[in-house]
Write a protein that binds this ligand. Sequence first.
Ligand code: FMN
Length: 200
Amino acid sequence: MKVLGINGSPRARGNTGRLLAEILHGVSDAGAEVSAVNLSEYTIEGCVGCERCRRDLTCTRRNDGMTLLYPRIVEADALVLGSPVYHYNVTSLMKAFIDRLYAFYDFTDDRPRGYSSRLADRPRKAVVFAVGEQADPADLGVALEALSLPLRPLGYEVVAELPVLNCFEPGVVGKKEGVLEQAYRCGRDLAAGLSGTMVL
Ligand SMILES: Cc1cc2nc3c(=O)[nH]c(=O)nc-3n(C[C@H](O)[C@H](O)[C@H](O)COP(=O)(O)O)c2cc1C
């Protein structure tokens, strides 16, 4: 079982990266293979809606970071998507990444178009989390939905949505034992779900 973590923060050593590491730690302790990507280290252009992926079954408009990431997404049994909250939403890095997943859809020719996802070829799971500085969950805005809603029609069962509050300085979440434990459990439960076993 392979789990791919995606860090949508421009700060590689920030709170999102720290939490992602903790979730993946739980995943690997439960026996699955993990890898992680900092989107800030890749150039990922936004989707331009050219629809060339209809014909080519991948994005041939851009030869950028997604060219490297598409095969890793295909081979992963699960994704962990984490983003800082920027203005009640995900970061532009994460939004560009999600929009470029459009290349996995097959559409029919009628209007409105019917669609199916080539990532729905087998059971896939996902965990999403969003990190914000404010204490009120309302200040996370639509970030969690912005992560989870696009994943479902793509073929992922989103098994956990984790809101993380009160984190501003880069890495401060590392001092919040309870949050780290929750993240670790999330990862462990994800791996257990993938292998169909129970973790007691
Ligand atoms: C441009 C920008 C917009 C932000 N908007 C919000 C927000 O709407 N709500 C919130 O709770 N925190 C907001 N924050 C705070 C970040 O979400 C917070 O510092 C987070 O811990 C950053 O994660 P990172 O360390 O992984 O980069 C914003 C920060 C920036 C730079």
